[in-house]
Design a protein around this ligand. Structure first.
Ligand SMILES: Nc1ncnc2c1ncn2[C@@H]1O[C@H](COP(=O)(O)OP(=O)(O)OP(=O)(O)O)[C@@H](O)[C@H]1O
Length: 702
């Protein structure tokens, strides 16, 4: 680490325009600019107490700059933030920009901007500039330089830290983060915080928007969209020069949008909001104490540990970070007290001196990287434990433990809980086969196969690896397991692409370790005895169609693949005129086309049609299972088109068959958009749009 000279925290004042209420009330302006020295970024502003006060006082404050309603956020960015972004991206400094001010004074407006007013916030300006700088460097023949850009987003809500880039679940506790002291720096370390690698501006903005959606907001009398938490959006830019010198730098840029200080009387807070408000004010007063202690020359103890906020900002205030404070104020006399308070706060902050350092080639950074890597690997090991656990309970067919009630239940329970979606490690999985499954009890000897009721429908998914060496796992979807299940399992078989009819039943038996293939159309039965030998493990099956060129008749065979061989069972004739279509299933495979992001997704509708089971294959060859509940909300985004490898799907609704065809699909990191045409009685009835956010396990239906 190279040490640098100390410098004071830069403090800018931003005064928002009068709001509607203030205009109606003919509010009087209490703030005025006294002197502005653009060259040295120095300004003096005057605050005048309102008439209603017995003594009218004018107070003068000196800051680095002042922005009023005539300025846009872009001006702040160009004057101050742009050079900070440059220092962080190219020189390895850490930088923090934080917005402070009373509720409704324009902090979020400054940080995040407002799409409806085409006002970009500082964060999006900074993201664009980081990418601009990186591209500029890379295109300037500096191939040896390698940049890695990551982002993270968190909030402090009621004195708890939450990861805003984690899937949103009903339980806030699942995203809770811990702060740890960093023994080698003046900052803190946040364990398990999600750092997402980002490759494009759009990707990063999308993650920011996702985080914004997850942020805790509320409506108060002072602000319709009031932030009820403090947030920190961070960008990490790692830079490596692969020449002989092997320079490594890591810059970090934080944007902190503080929740507004607020008075209960003005905001009208009660109940939960009052509690939130108390926590907000408590952490802001802890920040105030830290600032006061830092500027008092005789203080040795700085009370950083008094709140999560002060611990988080420890390195930004009095530490090794280049820091800019944007104090947001209202122009109106009505808010005079709050404005005075903010200006005093800001004025004190201006006296704080930080000692920015370049984070370069330091053993600490390397150690930190190793620590992060260890944490990542630990997470993988943990998830593989789950996988081992689940797999150890999903058993090859020849061992006839398929009907082990406990094992099936274990997998089913995992599936049903969207919060605890299992990650099933499935090396080189390339495809999936779907079948429909029925327990022995459902099909009695007197029932015909078409008597099966909708609610009896079950699905079985078999995943196998590309070399067909092993049976990966069995997954059940919305399956009620009967007690008879222990004895026998029957699997109704149907070809994926052909929804015409059931082809037959596969039955496993415990007693004689056999597999029976029964063709329902011709009442033929084949019995295959499975040996104990592992070679006989059935990896998957396929229905093979052969067309006789002379008679134009299709014949179908059932091909059972084992780990070393395959067995073709007798030809079957499939009736194409069969109108009885008991239940349809569907099978969708989505495959990313440009080779950067690797997701393979298979989706299965449940019977209730408001649930989806999504299978994803990520770049680490982890197979993810997500149980998704559809909700009423509608959100649709246009993303890049991706290749659709295979798709055909059907829904069964009151015994009427509907073909649901996927007509377009796009994919962007964690989103899948699908448009579906529903075909009924040979007519296309409506187009459905599904927006699936894979990270958040949620789906929006149009
Ligand atoms: N510079 C500005 N120009 C125009 N309108 C502004 C500006 N700043 C704020 N506003 C208006 O004030 C409203 C409140 O701003 P904002 O939500 O950013 O406040 P905040 O300080 O983040 O409040 P809270 O602490 O309650 O979250 C905005 O919805 C917007 O209408």
């Amino acid at each position: 680490m190279l040490s640098h000279k100390s410098e004071s925290v830069k403090v800018l004042i931003r005064c928002r325009p009068f709001n509607q209420k203030e205009i109606i009330n003919h509010s009087i302006k209490c703030i005025d600019i006294q002197q502005l020295d653009n060259k040295n970024h120095q300004c003096i502003i005057k605050l005048i107490s309102p008439k209603r006060y017995r003594r009218r006082i004018s107070r003068l404050f000196r800051f680095d700059s002042f922005y009023d309603e005539n300025h846009r956020t872009e001006h702040i960015f160009q004057d101050f933030v742009q050079s900070l972004v440059c220092d962080v991206t190219l020189n390895g400094y850490s930088g923090t920009v934080f917005a402070y001010g009373q509720t409704g004074s324009g902090k979020s407006w400054t940080m995040t901007g407002c799409l409806c007013h085409s006002e970009n916030g500082l964060i999006s300006n900074a993201i664009e500039h980081v990418f601009h700088l990186v591209h500029h460097h890379q295109s300037n023949n500096e191939q040896e330089k390698e940049f890695t850009i990551k982002c993270a987003y968190l909030e402090i809500y009621n004195e708890e830290l939450h990861d805003l880039l984690l899937p949103r679940t009903s339980l806030k506790s699942s995203s809770r983060l811990e702060l740890r002291e960093n023994p080698r720096s003046s900052g803190v370390h946040i364990t398990n915080l999600t750092w997402k690698n980002i490759y494009t501006i759009e990707e990063c903005l999308k993650l920011k928007r996702l985080g914004d959606l997850a942020r805790t907001m509320g409506s108060t009398q002072m602000n319709r969209d009031s932030s009820r938490s403090h947030t920190m959006f961070s960008l990490s830019i790692q830079y490596q020069h692969n020449s002989q010198t092997k320079i490594f730098r890591q810059g970090k840029l934080n944007f902190v949008d503080l929740a507004g200080s607020e008075r209960q009387i003005k905001t009208g807070a009660s109940g939960q909001q009052l509690l939130e408000s108390a926590k907000i004010n408590l952490s802001l007063s802890a920040l105030n104490k830290v600032i006061s202690s830092l500027v008092q020359t005789n203080t040795t103890h700085i009370p950083y540990r008094d709140s999560k906020l002060t611990r988080l900002l420890q390195d930004s205030i009095g530490g090794t970070t280049k820091t800019i404070m944007i104090a947001c104020i209202s122009p109106s006399e009505d808010n005079y007290d709050e404005t005075l308070c903010t200006l005093r706060y800001a004025s004190r902050t201006k006296n704080i001196r930080n000692t920015p350092i370049i984070n370069e080639n330091s053993s600490y950074i390397l150690l930190q990287q190793y620590a992060e890597e260890i944490e990542r690997l630990r997470a993988i090991i943990n998830s593989s434990n789950i996988h081992m656990h689940s797999l150890s309970r999903s058993i090859p067919l020849n061992e006839v433990k398929l009907d082990d009630q406990h094992s099936i239940k274990t997998i089913r329970d995992h599936q049903i809980s969207s919060e605890n979606s299992p990650i099933i490690k499935c090396q080189r999985t390339i495809s999936c086969q779907t079948m429909s499954i029925m327990t022995d009890t459902v099909i009695s000897s007197t029932q015909t196969i078409y008597d099966i009721k909708d609610h009896d429908y079950k699905q079985l998914v078999i995943v196998f690896d590309e070399n067909q060496h092993s049976y990966q796992f069995l997954a059940w979807h919305s399956c009620e397991i009967s007690s008879e299940f222990n004895r026998q399992l029957k699997i109704l078989v149907k070809e994926n692409k052909n929804e015409n009819s059931w082809l037959g039943t596969l039955t496993t038996t415990i007693e004689n370790k056999s597999l029976i293939w029964k063709n329902h159309l011709y009442h033929r039965q084949h019995q295959l005895h499975l040996s104990e030998h592992t070679d006989s493990i059935i990896t998957h099956f396929k229905i093979q169609e052969t067309i006789d060129t002379v008679s134009s008749l299709s014949t179908f065979s059932l091909v059972l693949y084992t780990s070393s061989n395959y067995i073709i069972l007798d030809n079957l004739l499939l009736s194409s005129t069969d109108k009885n279509q008991p239940i349809n299933n569907h099978f969708i495979t989505l495959k990313e086309s440009n080779g950067i992001i690797y997701y393979l997704s298979d989706m299965l509708y449940s019977l209730s049609t408001n649930e989806l089971l999504v299978f994803m294959l990520d770049q680490y060859h982890h197979y993810h299972l997500h149980h998704i509940i559809l909700n009423e909300n509608c959100l649709f985004e246009n993303n890049e088109q991706i290749e659709i490898e295979h798709c055909s799907c059907c829904l069964n609704n009151e015994n009427k068959s509907m073909n649901n065809k996927l007509i377009s699909c796009s994919h962007h990191l964690s989103f899948i958009n699908m448009s579906c045409e529903i075909e009924q009685e040979n007519k296309i009835h409506k187009t459905n749009t599904h927006f699936i956010n894979l990270d958040n396990h949620s789906i929006y239906l149009d």
